[in-house]
Design a protein around this ligand. Structure first.
Ligand SMILES: Nc1ncnc2c1ncn2[C@@H]1O[C@H](COP(=O)(O)OP(=O)(O)O)[C@@H](O)[C@H]1O
Ligand SMILES: [Mg+2]
Length: 623
């Protein structure tokens, strides 16, 4: 919540920067300078036209009364009138296009803000996540009309307001003091309406949290991925109710501020009535007494009528609604950049050919930036270059975290990771990441072709090589190379979990083919069937021979192939050695292995056990 506090302070601190018309000006200009110039130009022009019409009418009446030629006045009246009616639909059109362009610009700013930072903690902060939902969903029509529609309301409102201002100035040419009375009345009403303007608390933490919950329930209900669990566990009704109750709460919050507005509306009417009477009565009596001409009376009365447009001010909600996401996106961009930053001022070293000796975790301590208990306090671990190292340990012990640290998605809180003795922080981040080929436990299944899923960066690879890689990974014949791996795409196909895992393994192999020297596989065989797995894994290790391989797995059948195995417990390495060495040590590893083996009659089949997780839990009991 301290995040929110800071955001609000920034929000209040620079009021001019956060002033809605200025925010809208900045965003529309950035999206399309030409359209923005036309749109804002039309706001000004259309604001001036009613005043022109008033002056024209006044001079027309004067000319007729005095018997002078009225040609010029007629042209002014006719021209203003024609432009008034012509420009409105053009303005709406320009606004619609400009609104779409501004949405597009906001969305690309947001995408860049999310994906540009080299780290990932900016996407894991609850405070930022709420603002992100708010910034992202502005165009879904949940919290307000999309920008293309909102700009229409805004231009209409601004033209009315601008016209009111121009008319008030014209009124001053007849009764010099009248603009102060009318202007004063308007200012007070504007203040009264603004104070309770609809839902100005849209970035309020409560509103944003409700929105995030509603959004989550909505996605649960409409997306294909959660559909299975929703049905099997009978969660359909719960999801709908969750969505409905959150949305009801949002409507309640909105209604509350509307009610506030209604209350102040009566005060507004009273203030305006009095102010208008204060001007109209002297105006008419001056004309009756002959103190002002008929032309002046027409100008005065018309201008007074026009000045009342000032009091409408009803577009504030649309303007606020359009400015909020702009401000949120602008603010997010800066905060995400700071939050997702890594200390890269010294990260210039070349990563070519690294490592040749070892990767070492030297007394590494790490706590996630979003909080929680430290995952490691003093982790010491050496990964010899050119060898394979398997890591075993219970769920949540920090295996995946270790992978993320190695990819430099976060920096250690204390201690250092060194590559051939150089601090990982001293290497160029992108260059190091190119050296690393990693298959994450929750690897992404891109809705792209098989080829593109294997060679993620789109680098050229010939079909023969691609075919060979897919064969090794056991992914031969799954799909045509250029077939999309998603039923949602035309001509696409769906793969099972195990088939996807083979594609992910092919991904790692392709990266090695293209120059990676460190292979990291986080639970790479969890979804493979045991028989297929052994063969795939042997081929994989052969194909990556010479690479520094880190292998995280619960399966002995996978782990035992590694040159060296480490057992991690409570954030430290408790055992280390080859399969045979660890068996000879008769420690933790052997206890786990024996428990697996005891479920079968002979050791040979122990390799078939595919769920070491269970045994790890049992080992606790045995001790
Ligand atoms: N993004 C995150 N933010 C905060 N805590 C996390 C995050 N990811 C993992 N953790 C926590 O860090 C610990 C280690 O997680 P992880 O490395 O994924 O374990 P493992 O891969 O060994 O199962 C767990 O307690 C987990 O809850
Ligand atoms: Mg994990």
């Amino acid at each position: 919540m301290s995040d929110m506090g800071t955001a609000t302070q920034v929000h209040r601190g620079r009021w001019l920067e956060n002033w809605a018309p200025l925010a809208l000006g900045r965003a529309t200009w950035a999206a399309s300078p030409l359209l923005a110039a036309v749109w804002w130009g039309l706001v000004v022009l259309r604001s001036l036209l009613p005043a022109g019409l008033t002056l024209g009418l006044g001079s027309l009446v004067s000319a007729i009364a005095d018997g002078r030629p009225a040609g010029g006045s007629l042209v002014l009246v006719g021209g203003s009138f024609a432009l008034l009616s012509m420009l409105s639909p053009i303005h709406t059109q320009v606004g619609a296009i400009l609104g779409d362009q501004t949405s597009g610009w906001l969305q690309s700013s947001l995408t860049a803000a999310c994906s540009d930072p080299p780290g990932i903690s900016h996407l894991e902060r609850p405070g930022l996540a709420d603002e992100l939902t708010m910034g992202r969903d502005f165009d879904l029509g949940i919290t307000g009309p999309p920008l293309s529609v909102a700009l229409g309301f805004i231009s209409a409102g601004m033209v009315e307001l601008g016209g009111g201002i121009a008319q008030t100035i014209v009124l001053g040419t007849v009764l010099w003091w009248a603009p102060f009375v009318i202007g004063g009345a308007w200012l007070s009403t504007h203040w009264l309406l603004r104070e309770s303007s609809v839902w100005s608390n849209r970035t309020d933490p409560e509103v944003m949290a409700e929105q995030r919950h509603a959004d989550y329930a909505y996605r649960l209900a409409v997306e294909a991925q959660p559909a299975k669990e929703l049905r099997v566990f009978g969660l359909g009704e719960w999801t709908v109710e969750r969505f409905a109750s959150r949305r009801r709460r949002l409507v309640d919050l909105q209604w509350k501020s509307m009610r506030l507005r209604q209350r102040s509306l009566w005060t507004v009417f009273a203030v305006l009535g009095v102010a208008h009477a204060m001007v109209l009565v002297p105006l008419v009596s001056s004309a009756i007494n002959g103190h002002i001409t008929l032309g002046h009376l027409v100008v005065g009365a018309q201008a007074l009528l026009g000045a009342s447009a000032l009091a409408v001010g009803g577009f504030a909600w649309a303007l606020e609604g359009a400015a909020q996401p702009i401000l949120v996106v602008e603010r997010l961009a800066a905060r995400m950049a700071a939050e997702g930053a890594l200390d890269t001022h010294a990260s210039t070293g070349s990563a070519v050919g690294l490592p040749t000796a070892s990767i070492r975790f030297e007394d590494v301590g790490f706590t996630y930036p979003s909080g929680g208990a430290p995952v490691y306090r003093h982790l010491n671990l050496t990964v010899p270059a050119g060898k394979s190292l398997a890591i075993v340990g219970r769920n949540g012990v920090g295996k995946t975290t270790l992978v993320k640290l190695l990819c430099r998605l976060y920096d250690p809180t204390s201690g250092a990771i060194t590559i051939d003795g150089q601090d990982l922080k001293s290497l160029d981040v992108a260059a190091w990441r190119k050296r690393v080929s990693v298959v994450f436990q929750d690897f992404v299944r891109f809705e792209l072709s098989l080829r593109r899923n294997v060679v993620l960066d789109g680098a050229a690879i010939d079909d023969a090589e691609l075919g060979r890689i897919l064969e090794i990974a056991g992914a031969g014949g799954l799909a045509q190379f250029d077939q999309p791996l998603s039923k949602a795409q035309p001509g696409g196909t769906d793969l099972s979990g195990g088939q996807w895992q083979r594609v992910a393994l092919a991904r790692a192999l392709a990266a090695v083919h293209l120059g990676a020297g460190v292979v990291i596989l986080d639970e790479p065989t969890a979804q493979l069937d045991v028989r297929g797995e052994a063969a795939i894994f042997e081929r994989l290790l052969a194909a990556t021979a010479g690479c520094t391989t880190i292998l995280i797995s619960h399966r002995f059948s996978t782990v035992r192939h590694a040159d060296c195995i480490v057992v991690i417990e409570d954030g430290v390495v408790v055992e280390q050695g080859s399969h045979h060495e660890l068996m000879a040590q008769a420690g933790r590893y052997k206890v786990m292995f024996d428990l697996q083996a005891s479920r079968f009659n002979d050791d040979e089949h122990a390799a078939d056990i595919d769920d070491m997780e269970l045994v790890l839990e049992d080992a606790e009991v045995v001790e």
